[in-house]
Design a protein around this ligand. Sequence first.
Ligand code: SF4
Ligand code: SF4
Length: 355
Amino acid sequence: MKERVYFIPAAAQADDAAESARLADFIRSGGLFDFIAEKDMVAVKTHFGEGPKTGHVRPVYLKTLGEVVRERKGSPFLTETQTLYKGNRTDAVLHLNHAQSQGYGYENTGMPIIMADGLFGDEETEVAVPGRLYSSVKLASGIVKANALVLVSHFTGHLAAGFGCAVKNLGMGCSSRKGKMTQHSTAKPKIKARACTRCGLCVKWCPASAITMEEKSAVIKSALCIGCGQCLAVCRFDAVAYNWNATYEDLQKKVAEHAWGVALTKENKMLCINFLTRISKDCDCMTGFDLIAPDIGIVLSRDPVAVDAASLDLVEERAGKKLTELAYDIPYRFQVDYSREIGFGNSDYELITLS
Ligand code: SF4
Ligand code: SF4
């Protein structure tokens, strides 16, 4: 059976306030928040973006979603988890200050922010999954304990997974620090000594202290590396090499199984909302912002796999190119195909377009 996926096309020249009102009307009239019951604690999971220029979902949409949750007599809160790598979102204090500076304060969203994995990213709950790689996954406790989940994801290219949206937001974005490390641990980079300028940035930012500066170049100690990709992100000299072919498949499988773990805790209590706007080559963790497609609209489904499959198809159709040409040359459909294969979700969908 095909999974229902709803599509709200982007209106020409509409602003975010008008678009968020349209989204709220659609959710109300379609009964898409009917899974929210009175007194449900509803986690609204999003990503605050690394800087003001990324395409992260703007606060006005979250404010509107919170209002519709309250109409259902639920208690909405915004939530996120800490990053593995050092930066603006490494711990709860930094992350909350960053969210405030990005405009996600209570005054703009009407919701408190509760970090789902605590002060240091280690507040976790182990959840059983019938996966092929895992029998259990470590997830952020706040997400697991919430009664319902509204997953707000922004579609972008991604240098390790090909693209990131609902499945990645669930799998990586809702995991505890240990859960994230488990997913990243097989992607080990190497430094190309000839390209390295010894600038030291990777040494400074490596969260595992796995990089030392040697006489000719920086060097990575593989045994310490947790595969977070931060060195690749900070090196401006293209001196960090990943063997993507050996790791993309593994990473995407791991992300999918962690995402499944989250979905299992929210059976019939979750809605995924993908924003296909301000679509960039890199994910919102990066400060770079190269647009790769026109604004397309908003895609919604109860099934994270269906909503991602439909989002991918829409992006490629509207951009007139495969994602490998738009972003990174990585077999990006693997996360959707694998998710379907293990029984996590359904990539066969029926697209219902809002006229
Ligand atoms: S950031 Fe790049 S150039 Fe700088 S030390 Fe590290 S590998 Fe070398
Ligand atoms: S060396 Fe490993 S742990 Fe350190 S930044 Fe690079 S990928 Fe992350």
